[in-house]
Design a protein around this ligand. Structure first.
Ligand SMILES: [Zn+2]
Length: 304
C-alpha cells in the first residue's frame, strides 16, 4: 500500500486524473532533524530552518490552505519575525501554497526556476486541479506571485546562529532545481535530487540525466549528515551515493540498449522489468515514461 501511494505521488505531474485519489494534506506536525532544521514529513516533505533572527521555509504544500498549515507549524517552532520562503522546483506541490504565507514573507528562488515557473506553473496548476475535487478546491484562484529576490547560482541567508546556502547547479529533475545546505547543522535539503529509494523522474523539456549526475557530484563533497528530501523518508548522507549508483546504472543500461539499436519504447519496457527485479524496494518504477527517453535524447552517438 505504501509503495502504491508513493507511486501515485511521484508520478503525479504526468498521471491521468483517473489514477489519483486525494493527496494527503500537510499535517500540523513537525519532526526535529538537527539543531536548527525541522521537517513536516508528508506530501511533500517540507523543511523549516529556524534561526534566532529569521526562519526559512523550503516548499509550500499544494495550495494556500496547506501553506497556512506550514505557517502555523513555523509559529510553534520560532518567535523570529522575519520569514523567508524558497522552493526546490516549480512543480505545484512545492510552490502553489505561497499565498498561505504572510504578505511580508520574503520569497526567494533561482533565476532559472523563476523563468521556468513563469513559463509552466499556470499550466501545471490547471492540470493538478483536474486530478481531484480536493485539488480543485485547494488550487482555486491560485496564481504564483513574483519573488522578492532571485539568485543565479548561490546565495547565503544568515538566519541568526545558522546559515542556509541556497544553491543552483543546473538541470536535474527540472531546469530550476534548488538545493539548500544548512550550516552548521550539515543538513542538506536537496529537493527531488536525492530521495530514499524513489525512482527519479526526468520530464522531457525540464530535466537532464547528465545534469542530475553532475549535481550529485557537486553535493557529495558537502558530505551532509542529514538529508531532508522532497518526498519519502528522511535520511543521511549515504543517500547521495545510492541515488548516484542507481542513475548511473540506469543510464549505462539505457545507452547499451540504444547502441544495440533497441527502440526507446522497447528499452523503457525492458529496463522497467529489469530494474524492478534488481531494485525491488524502489518505488515508482516506470522508466518508460521519462528517464530512458531522456538518456536516449542526451546521447550524441549515432543510432545504428
Ligand atoms: Zn517535482
Amino acid at each position: 500500500m505504501k509503495s502504491l501511494l508513493i507511486s501515485a505521488i511521484t508520478l503525479l505531474p504526468l498521471a491521468p486524473a483517473v489514477a489519483l485519489n486525494n493527496m494527503p494534506l500537510v499535517e500540523e506536525k513537525s519532526t526535529r532533524v538537527s539543531d536548527h532544521v525541522w521537517a513536516i514529513v508528508g506530501w511533500p516533505d517540507i523543511a523549516i530552518v529556524t534561526g534566532s533572527r529569521a526562519t526559512l521555509v523550503v516548499d509550500t504544500g499544494l495550495g494556500p490552505r496547506n501553506g497556512a498549515t506550514v505557517v502555523r507549524v513555523v509559529k510553534k517552532l520560532s518567535t523570529a519575525q522575519k520569514l523567508f520562503l524558497t522552493t526546490t522546483h516549480f512543480h505545484a506541490e512545492h510552490t502553489a501554497g505561497e499565498a498561505g504565507f504572510p504578505a511580508d514573507t520574503i520569497l526567494i528562488r533561482p533565476t532559472v526556476q523563476q523563468a521556468e515557473a513563469e513559463k509552466g506553473a499556470a499550466e501545471m496548476i490547471a492540470r493538478f486541479s483536474t486530478f481531484s475535487e480536493q485539488n480543485r478546491e485547494l488550487l482555486a484562484g491560485v496564481k504564483l506571485r513574483a519573488p522578492d529576490i532571485v539568485f543565479d547560482t548561490e546565495t547565503k541567508l544568515d538566519l541568526g546562529g545558522v546559515t542556509a546556502r541556497l544553491l543552483w547547479f543546473g538541470a536535474g529533475h527540472t531546469k530550476g532545481d534548488e538545493l539548500i545546505f544548512v550550516e552548521p547543522d550539515s543538513a542538506l535539503i536537496p529537493g527531488d535530487i536525492v530521495q530514499d529509494k524513489i525512482v527519479p523522474r526526468v520530464n522531457a523539456g525540464e530535466g537532464s540525466v547528465k545534469g542530475w549526475l553532475a549535481i550529485l557530484d557537486k553535493i557529495a563533497p558537502l558530505n551532509p549528515r542529514y538529508i531532508v528530501p522532497d518526498h519519502g523518508a528522511l535520511g543521511d548522507g549515504s543517500l547521495i551515493g545510492k541515488e548516484r549508483a542507481f542513475i548511473a546504472d540506469l543510464q549505462s543500461r539505457a545507452l547499451a540498449l540504444k547502441h544495440q539499436g533497441v527502440s526507446v519504447g522497447d528499452a523503457g519496457k525492458q529496463l522497467t522489468a529489469e530494474f524492478k527485479a534488481k531494485y525491488p524496494d524502489w518505488a515508482s518504477m516506470d522508466l518508460a515514461a521519462s528517464f530512458v527517453g531522456r538518456v536516449y535524447a542526451e546521447d550524441d552517438a549515432p543510432v545504428r
